[in-house]
Design a protein around this ligand. Structure first.
Ligand code: GLV
Ligand code: MN
Ligand code: MN
Length: 406
C-alpha cells in the first residue's frame, strides 16, 4: 500500500537536487543528474534491490523474481529536467515507481519475474540537443554521431559520460527488447485535460510524433550605424520571419504544434547587424502526415525568405520520433488498475514526448498512466497534488503486481 507521506518526501528530496524554490534545473548527463540517481539508487538498495548504471547513464534497480531468467517488467521515467523546469516532470514517475516497488517489497509480495525500476538519463535533451537520450540508447535508437554532440561549453556527450565514469560510448547501453515483458511509465499530464475532466488519473492511448531540427540563417555581419536599411543581409530579421511563419503554418494544421525555443545570434552585439542566427525547430502532431505538412510549409517559407532577403539558410534534422500507439492490453490493465483505486480514467493522447516511445517502437508492450497536473509544465509552476500522485502510485503498484505475477 502506497505511503503518501513517504512519496511526498521522495518528491521533495529529489526536487532539492538542482532545485531553488519550486524551480528545478537538473540537466541530463551532469553531476546533478548523477546525484539524483544516487538518491534513487539508495531508496531501492534499502529495499533489497541490486542497482547498476549503464553506458548511457541510465539507472536500473532490480527487484528479484522467482525466475531470474524471465523477461523483466520495467517501470520508471526520467530524472533530468529542462532549465528552470518544475519538480514533477519525469521525477514523479521515478518517485512513484520507487514507492510502488518498496511498498510491494514491504508487503512481502513475491514476483514470478524480476521487476526493474529505471531512471532514464537525459530525457529532455536540454544540454546536447537529443531528447529521450537514455531510452534511445537502451533500445538502439540513438541518432548517428550522438556521442560527438557538444553542449554550449564545447563538452561532448562522450566526455560527459566519461566524467561519470563510463566509457563514453552510449551505444553500449543497448539491451535486448525481448528480455522485457512490459514497460510502464507514470508521468504528470503536463496539460489541462484531467483537471478539466475532474479526474486524478488518465491512461495514454498514443504519443505524438516529434521532429527536432536546427535552422542556420547566414547573412552579412555589418555596422549597425553605417549600413543603410536597403543594403543589409540581417540574419536575425530573416530568422524572425521564419519563426512567425512556423507559428502561422502550425496553427493551420489541426493538432499540430510548432515551437522555436532556442535561438543564438552572432556575433551578438547591439551595434552589429547580425551575420548568423541559429534556432531550434520542434514540430509535433499525433499524425505523421500533419508533421510532414508543417515541415513542407516551413520549407516553402525558407525558400521565400532566402530569395527575398539574399540569405543562406540550411535546416539540419537532429532527431525524429515516430507517432507511437501504446499497447492495448497494457492500456486495459492500467484502466482497470485505475478503476480499482476509484478513478474512472479517460484515455488521452500525449502531446509531450516520453521515454515510453522507445520501448514501444521496439516491440515492448508499453503503457503510461498520467497524473493530473496544474500550472503548466516545463515551468516552476508545474504541480501535482500528493493525493493524486499517491493514487497514481497505487494504480502502478497494482499493474506491476499483475504483470510480474506470470
Ligand atoms: C519532453 O518533455 C518533451 O516532450 O519534449
Ligand atoms: Mn519534459
Ligand atoms: Mn517528461
Amino acid at each position: 500500500m502506497t505511503d503518501a507521506a513517504r512519496l511526498q518526501k521522495r518528491i521533495d528530496d529529489l526536487a532539492r537536487i538542482g532545485g531553488s524554490g519550486t524551480s528545478v534545473s537538473r540537466l541530463g548527463l551532469t553531476a546533478l543528474e548523477q546525484q539524483a540517481r544516487d538518491l534513487v539508487a539508495g531508496w531501492c538498495k534499502d529495499a533489497g534491490a541490486t542497482v547498476r548504471r549503464d553506458a548511457a547513464g541510465n539507472l536500473y534497480a532490480r527487484f528479484a523474481g522467482n525466475d531470474q531468467g524471465a523477461p523483466v517488467v520495467l517501470v520508471g521515467s526520467h530524472i533530468d529536467s529542462v532549465p528552470e523546469g518544475g519538480r514533477f516532470d519525469g521525477a514523479l514517475g521515478v518517485c512513484c515507481a520507487a514507492e510502488a516497488l518498496v511498498s510491494l517489497t514491504e508487503a512481502s509480495v513475491k514476483f514470478a519475474r524480476p521487476v526493474e525500476l529505471v531512471a532514464w538519463a537525459d530525457e529532455e535533451g536540454a544540454r546536447f540537443g537529443v531528447g529521450l537520450f537514455g531510452s534511445a540508447a537502451a533500445f538502439g535508437k540513438l541518432p548517428e554521431g550522438a556521442a560527438e554532440l557538444k553542449d554550449k561549453g564545447g563538452v561532448s556527450v562522450a566526455e560527459a559520460l566519461r566524467a561519470l565514469g563510463e566509457s563514453g560510448d552510449p551505444t553500449k547501453a543497448a539491451r535486448d527488447p525481448k528480455g522485457i515483458r512490459a514497460y510502464l511509465e507514470l508521468h504528470i499530464e503536463q496539460g489541462p485535460r484531467l483537471e478539466r475532466a475532474g479526474k486524478a488519473l488518465g491512461v495514454v492511448s498514443d504519443i505524438v510524433g516529434i521532429y527536432h531540427g536546427r535552422v542556420t540563417v547566414r547573412g552579412r555581419q555589418d555596422h549597425a550605424g553605417a549600413t543603410v536599411m536597403g543594403a543589409r543581409k540581417d540574419a536575425l530579421v530573416g530568422a524572425s520571419e521564419l519563426i512567425r511563419a512556423l507559428e502561422l503554418i502550425a496553427a493551420l494544421i489541426p493538432d499540430a504544434v510548432g515551437t522555436v525555443g532556442e535561438i543564438a545570434v552572432r556575433p551578438g552585439a547591439k551595434n552589429v547587424v547580425p551575420g548568423e542566427c541559429v534556432f531550434s525547430l520542434d514540430i509535433r502532431a499525433p499524425k505523421q502526415e500533419s508533421i510532414d505538412l508543417v515541415r513542407e510549409g516551413f520549407n516553402d517559407a525558407v525558400a521565400d525568405v532566402t530569395g527575398r532577403r539574399g540569405l543562406e539558410i540550411s535546416i539540419e534534422t537532429l532527431q525524429t520520433v515516430a507517432v507511437t500507439p501504446l499497447d492495448e492490453g497494457i492500456r486495459d490493465l492500467l484502466l482497470s488498475a485505475s478503476q480499482a483505486v476509484g478513478v474512472d480514467a479517460p484515455l488521452l493522447v500525449s502531446g509531450a514526448g516520453h521515454d515510453a516511445q522507445n520501448p514501444s517502437l521496439s516491440g515492448v508492450p508499453t503503457g503510461m498512466i498520467f497524473v493530473r497536473s496544474t500550472g503548466g509544465s516545463h515551468t516552476p509552476s508545474e504541480f501535482a497534488a500528493t493525493a493524486d500522485a499517491a493514487l497514481g502510485a497505487e494504480a502502478l503498484e497494482r499493474a506491476i503486481r499483475e504483470l510480474a505475477a506470470g
